[in-house]
Write a protein that binds this ligand. Structure first.
Ligand code: ADP
Length: 417
């Protein structure tokens, strides 16, 4: 274009929308602004990197964003014609490696108007129509209109990468714990030798220090065992080998191991078995790890001259028991007259590394906060339930219910110790 060919136009006068002769009417403007809003919202929805699905009260999908389509390998429009369970097949993996399909999550959200959040640790998976299953973190919330749920909003994402990082971390912990075992076994062994006078009788003061070394290295052995067990648990599912297990015998052998601590604290320990020879089909080794954790906590968190009571009974239920049906089961409770668990800490007691504030700084009472996390995972693998009641300053009762026979030993590969 030639420079001198620039043409000059008369200056434009700005139109004022409110002028009476304005051809654009207010309702047209409203529509335009609504259209703009809708297109903005559409852009927001399709830019979100999390899958979003909206369902109505009947569980039919009414909206799905682009990420939902990508994650479920289905065009978002296709998802619209489906029920939620068709659009998103969700299942969890139990500790024994079995699949448990979740059919009615939407129903639960809509009926109870409560959100359900399934996090990273919950072993939850989505199975798309095509391609591989993926681990999923998901939140289902009710869409509330005048306090009533008109449907549900589902937000989800693929957490494969986080899971992989976690797996690498667990592998590292497992390897490190394994490597630490041999040198610590050496320290234990030589300290025992010195204490027993195998290299000449130690003096009174030397003996005192050696005993401290010995108790610290025993504690280290315990921590390493916990770390190994937890990393094994997180790397795969637990191997469960059911066998006839005489409850009284299994508990007695744990009490024998704790005898020194029980005597040194002058605790009275009362056992009551409804049937002396009651036996169930369970994994004896895992059962003993559970009892070891519960009983050693009762001993540890009960001060001098306190009491511990163990009760075991076979329950025959007319009404639904802890398993929600009328199944017979074994119930074992361990009560102590110890420090108790403060009310505000009770809901976190089964989480990893948690210790209640009332025992954290008690002199001579050490812990890792790993025992009950492990215990709960094992009880789940044994198809049982665990719960507790406690009052600070009065005492605690831990109760476990186990089926008389494990129904599904699963395909777990990880052995605990
Ligand atoms: P820890 O190694 O700290 O004992 P656990 O996972 O076994 O770890 O227990 C977690 C926490 O639960 C403990 O630190 C303690 O605060 C509380 N706890 C467990 N058992 C008892 C009990 N019998 N009495 C009082 N507190 C208990």
């Amino acid at each position: 274009m030639k420079r001198n060919s620039i043409q000059h136009h008369p200056p434009r006068t700005r139109k004022r929308f409110s002028a009476p002769h304005d051809p654009i009417q207010p309702h047209t403007l409203k529509i335009r602004s609504l259209e703009k809003k809708i297109s903005e919202q559409g852009a927001i929805l399709s830019s979100i990197r999390e899958g979003i699905i909206v369902v109505d009260k009947k569980g039919m999908v009414t909206l799905a964003n682009q990420t939902a389509g990508v994650l479920l390998r289905t065009a978002p429009d296709e998802l619209l014609k489906k029920s939620f369970s068709e659009a998103m097949h969700l299942y969890s993996k139990t500790n024994t490696g079995e699949e448990y399909i979740h059919h009615d999550l939407i129903g639960r959200v809509v009926e109870k108007t409560d959100s359900i959040t399934i996090r990273f640790q919950d072993n939850f998976y989505a199975r798309p129509k095509y391609g591989n299953d993926f681990p999923v973190a998901i939140t289902l919330s009710p869409l509330l209109e005048n306090q009533e749920a008109s449907g549900a909003l589902v937000v989800f994402r693929d957490i494969s990468e986080e899971k992989e990082i976690d797996r690498i971390k667990s592998e590292f912990v497992s390897l490190a714990a394994h490597q630490l075992r041999t040198p610590i076994a050496g320290i234990n062994w030589y300290t025992e030798l010195l204490l027993s006078g195998g290299a000449g009788a130690p003096s009174g003061e030397q003996k005192k220090y050696l005993q401290q070394i010995y108790s610290a290295s025993r504690r280290m052995t315990d921590i390493i065992r916990f770390l190994l067990n937890i990393s094994r648990l997180e790397l795969g599912s637990i191997m469960v080998k059911p066998e006839p297990t005489i409850i009284r015998q299994a508990i007695r052998s744990i009490l024998a191991e704790l005898d020194v601590q029980i005597k040194s604290k002058d605790l009275s320990c009362d056992e009551s078995y409804e049937q002396e020879d009651a036996a169930i089909e369970t994994d004896m080794k895992l059962f003993q790890i559970v009892m070891q954790n519960i009983l050693s906590n009762a001993v540890k968190y009960t001060p001098q001259k306190g009491t511990i009571a163990i009760r075991a009974s076979l329950r025959r239920h007319e009404n639904p028991g802890p398993f929600g049906n009328k199944e017979d089961y074994l119930q074992i409770s361990v009560s102590d007259s110890g420090y108790g668990i403060p009310q505000e800490d009770q809901q976190k007691i089964f989480t990893k590394l948690f210790r209640a504030r009332n025992v954290e700084r008690l002199p001579g009472v050490d812990g890792t906060g790993l025992g009950l996390y492990l215990t709960k995972s094992i009880v789940d693998a044994l198809e049982g339930k665990i719960w507790f009641s406690s009052q600070e300053g009065k005492g605690t009762t831990f109760t476990i219910a186990l089926p008389l026979a494990i129904k599904n030993a699963g395909k777990g590969t990880k052995q605990l110790e």
